[in-house]
Design a protein around this ligand. Structure first.
Ligand SMILES: C[S@@+](CC[C@H](N)C(=O)[O-])C[C@H]1O[C@@H](n2cnc3c(N)ncnc32)[C@H](O)[C@@H]1O
Length: 388
């Protein structure tokens, strides 16, 4: 699909990228033809994860200046050092346990965490990576080989989750990449699922919500009339698999989002679904399938409920700014040599400023079978759990 006229400034993709996007469009179109209509979660799953063509499974640059967006570990290694500070006491308590990172992106966070844990003399026995993208796994290996070559033999990529796990589970900006469903409540109060059809292009089509998990979740939210929003039923399944394997240790997630009271606020009546293409945020999720990232914000109340239902204990919920400040970001910044200070200070500002990532992003941690003598670094100075 060509960029439309209201996006005149967007850089055009290279011919091979455009061809890949057209092949993915054909594949999604065939899926629609087979069923007449597909849910938005199915569209998003195919757009992001179709092997070889999906945004995360294909060759798009994705991360960093040459890609479509920048994540915290891409901004500064101080982010990973702070994460390592949270993990260290847990690994010590478990006599070195393991780390399992979901969706490791370019591998920067893994490299930063391993480097800092080594400095703290607290290396995990293994650092496991679970990623749905084979292309990214190859990039992660290259990053780790370049940044921490002597630690590469501790890193393993898994095709499936371990049945039992003791240690620290980690995911930065993974929850927002889990496909979401779209739900619309009309002015008369009826609930619809907004799906995708093909009519010379992708178009929306609403269907009355049938009884099932999505209807139960949507009904419980008591949405205002004429209200469009996202719900992530698959996130519940993801949290269940995390909880099922976690015998002892913590699970730490950092992502952008809100508690339900803010997420489903009457004024947010067109949801949070967004596409990212070359550092532009677009409202059109059908723009260049496979070349644009698709995300929705995370409902942290739903994450908490899913984890609580599986018997995980909440360790803390704070803004990213609160998290990083308590996990030692200012001290780490101050200790940097002068040559690194300016760029690190600028990254610190981005990571913590309320106008940038500081307030929108949150950190949430859960534990199981862990009795630590003190609260986890990152969650000692503040606690916003009452908002969940
Ligand atoms: C926005 S990127 C974040 C990457 C990285 N954590 C960072 O902060 O730079 C989302 C990542 O999550 C991965 N992902 C999405 N769903 C996943 C799942 N269910 N299991 C493992 N990885 C997943 C994607 O392949 C991608 O690497």
């Amino acid at each position: 699909m060509l960029p439309s006229q209201d996006k005149p400034q967007l850089p055009l993709p290279a011919p091979d990228a455009r061809a890949a996007s057209e092949a993915l469009t054909d594949a999604i179109r065939a899926e629609i033809a087979a069923h007449g209509w597909i849910s938005f979660a199915d569209y998003m799953r195919m757009a992001l994860y179709t092997p070889g063509l999906g945004y995360y499974a294909g060759g798009a640059a994705k991360f960093g200046q040459g890609g479509d967006f920048v994540t915290a570990p891409e901004l500064s290694p101080l982010f990973g050092a702070c994460v390592a500070a949270t993990l260290a006491p847990v690994l010590q308590a478990l006599d070195r346990g393991e780390v399992l990172e979901f969706g490791a992106g370019t591998g920067q966070l893994a490299a930063q965490v391993l480097a800092e844990l080594e400095r703290l003399d607290c290396l995990p026995r293994r650092y496991l990576i679970v990623d749905v993208s084979a292309e990214l796994a190859a990039r992660q290996r290259a990053t780790l080989a370049a940044l921490v070559p002597h630690l590469l033999d501790r890193v393993q990529w898994l095709d499936r989750l371990p049945q039992r796990f003791a240690g620290c589970i980690l995911g930065n900006e993974v929850l927002d990449a889990i496909p979401c469903d779209l739900v619309y409540r009309d002015s008369a109060g009826a609930l619809f699922e907004r799906g995708v059809v093909w009519k010379d292009g992708f178009h929306w089509e609403d269907r009355l919500l049938a009884p099932g998990p999505l209807l139960s979740l949507a009904s419980a939210l008591e949405l205002p009339p004429d209200y469009l929003t996202e719900i992530q039923p698959q996130m519940h399944g993801f949290v269940h698999s995390v909880a099922d394997m976690l015998e002892r240790g913590i699970a730490l997630f950092v992502d952008y989002g809100f508690p339900a009271s803010e997420y489903y606020h009457a004024q947010r009546n067109r949801g949070t679904l967004m596409a990212h293409y070359r550092h532009h945020s677009l409202n059109d999720p059908f723009f260049l399938p496979g070349l644009s990232d698709l995300t929705c914000h995370v409902d942290f109340s739903a994450v908490y409920s899913a984890a609580d239902a599986c018997g995980l204990q909440l360790e803390g919920y704070v803004s990213q700014a609160q998290y990083l400040l308590d996990a030692g970001l200012p001290e780490r910044l101050a200790a940097l040599p002068q040559a690194q200070y300016l760029s690190a200070a600028s990254a610190t500002h981005k990571l913590t400023s309320p106008a940038e990532m500081g307030e929108l992003f949150k950190a949430i941690a859960f534990s199981r079978n862990l009795a630590l003598p003190s609260l986890l670094p990152g969650f000692r100075a503040a606690d916003d759990s009452y908002r969940l």
